[in-house]
Write a protein that binds this ligand. Structure first.
Ligand code: BTN
Length: 329
């Protein structure tokens, strides 16, 4: 249900940078001009900037730097039936909140976004630093009826879609490091964490989590991370519109999910993966269950496993593990 805030934002965005008359807004919503003024003050308190003139009305001069649910919803190009969005100020982990909401029966698909996480998690139970510094912490919940083996390809498919989104949204050139890292110039800007609950032979529900460093200032991370992490703003040289990016991300993830659920992703996956894959043809070390393997990456197989060729020309497939690039001798 669109609220007064949604209607006002929709009008202002549609006319930007032109004016929207307060009288027209009041008539549209069936409220007084004073009620419109009160709504504008509420939006101002949330970080919007407006110019107001008695004869002309209002026009938008500034958008909020922090996540704002109605602004994201207003900018969604397509909104699938049943989709809902939760934008939270602070949560332990958006993946955990999405799992709790699924457990409580919330209809899927839905997305949980937070301005800050207190227990953001990465792969292998690592901490995902999640300060309120203009980054995206997002989880998407689905109830697919597919076999658990398809989860690995799901993350890789989401990865290529997020790279495509970033390439189109901000003319960026991201790279993917199997299975879940999004990199720029060898530094990590994003990580994905897919978690599923499984009933005997089918996935009951699935949460896809994405942490994306968008606007955090350079060197904002603790210790060693400052050297290994990067934000999109550092790459482009200017801050990005977080709410517009969030809306584009939601659109892309929902579309990518549908393509995956229909099995249509197989038509384009391999080409897209090769476009962004940073490991192909490189010598790597892969740590799996305490053992270190070495080889040259030849690609990923249909199940999303990483394929390595060892020094004897033998091929090995890995469904899990941590990869590090090794120097060519
Ligand atoms: C990784 O690189 O190891 C994956 C990082 C995933 C982080 C995101 S942030 C949103 C969602 N909530 C979490 O607790 N983790 C994921």
């Amino acid at each position: 249900m669109p609220t007064a805030e949604h209607v006002i934002l929709r009008e202002l965005l549609a006319r930007e940078p032109n004016w929207v008359s307060g009288t027209a807004l009041a008539a549209k919503l069936g409220v007084s001009r004073v009620a419109i003024w009160q709504q504008m003050e509420k939006l101002r308190a949330a970080g919007f900037g407006f110019e107001a003139q008695r004869a002309r009305g209002y026009r938008l001069t500034q958008r909020p730097p922090a996540l704002h649910a109605p602004l994201i919803e207003t900018q969604l190009k397509v909104r699938p039936k049943n989709f809902s969005l939760l934008v939270l100020d602070e949560i332990d982990s958006t993946n955990d909140e999405a799992a709790r909401q699924l457990g409580a029966g919330r209809p899927a698909p839905f997305a949980v976004l937070a301005r800050r996480q207190t227990r953001g998690r990465g792969r292998f139970g690592r901490v995902w630093h999640s300060e309120a510094n203009g980054n995206l912490y997002a989880s998407f919940a689905f109830r697919p009826r597919v076999a658990p083996e398809r989860m690995q390809t799901f993350t890789l498919w989401m990865g290529v879609n997020i790279c495509e989104l970033l390439a189109n949204f901000a003319q960026l050139k991201p790279a993917l490091k199997w299975p879940n890292d999004i990199l720029f110039g060898g530094r990590k800007a994003g990580g994905m964490l897919t978690e599923a609950r499984v009933d005997s032979d089918q996935i009951r529900d699935l949460v896809f989590g994405l942490g994306l460093n968008v606007n955090s200032p350079a060197g904002d991370w603790p210790g060693d991370l400052a050297r290994r992490a990067v934000s999109l703003a550092e790459v482009t040289g200017a801050p990005l519109d977080l709410n517009r990016l969030a809306a584009a991300l939601i659109g892309r993830v929902l579309l990518a999910y549908d393509t995956f659920a229909d099995g249509e992703h197989v038509k384009t996956f391999a080409d897209l993966w090769n476009r962004y894959d940073i490991l192909r043809g490189k010598p790597v070390g892969l740590l799996e269950g305490g053992r270190r393997h070495h080889g040259t990456v030849t690609g990923v197989d249909d199940e999303g496993a990483l394929v390595l060729r060892d020094g004897h020309g033998h091929t090995h497939r890995f469904r899990a593990g941590e990869v590090t690039l090794e120097k060519n001798d």
